[in-house]
Ligand binder design. Structure first.
Ligand code: HEC
Length: 134
């Protein structure tokens, strides 16, 4: 008698486990990652990237700006994500680099860069705006 009770208890346990086993298999499904769809164009393919980066590196910009980290100024990625890459924005931002600015990202001042030509400042801004969404 004891033997029969024991066997049926084991059988019941097996049935219970079998049921929950299939359930948990269904829950394991994962969302497929969409890396390929979100992959951005490599910005360094663009000639504006190289030229602008060289100018930025030769000036004092990197003492206050990093690509991905806020220093004194906003990260260049944040700047790129804020402004659309249009001619008007490039001109406007280049003007700010030359004249200096504050009030958009906080109260910290960007020093003016009067020695920069408008063309060089625009080239720098073109590089910065290419950093969008990476
Ligand atoms: C002394 C520190 C400092 C230096 C040097 C500096 N910046 Fe800035 N930059 C800032 C700060 C602070 C801001 C945010 C100003 C604001 O809130 O309007 C800023 C903002 C900007 C913006 C965004 C402006 C806006 O209105 O959104 C651009 C573009 C920029 N800097 C480019 C440059 C370039 C290019 C150089 C090099 C020629 C440079 N910065 C050098 C501190 C600096």
């Amino acid at each position: 008698m004891k033997q029969i009770l024991f066997t049926s208890a084991v059988a019941l346990a097996l049935i219970a486990c079998g049921g929950s086993g299939t359930e948990s298999k269904e829950q394991v499904k994962e969302e497929p990652k969409q890396e390929t769809a979100a992959a951005p164009a490599v910005p360094s393919d663009n000639p504006d990237y190289e030229k602008g980066l060289a100018l930025v590196a030769a000036s004092d910009c990197l003492t206050c700006h990093k690509v991905d980290e806020k220093v004194n100024g906003p990260s260049y990625r944040d700047v790129a994500n804020k402004y659309e890459n249009t001619e008007a924005n490039v001109k406007m931002l280049a003007g700010k680099v030359i004249k200096g600015g504050s009030g958009v990202w906080g109260e910290v001042l960007m020093t003016p860069h009067p020695a920069l030509s408008q063309a060089d400042a625009e080239q720098m801004v073109k590089y910065i705006l290419l950093l969008k969404n990476n």
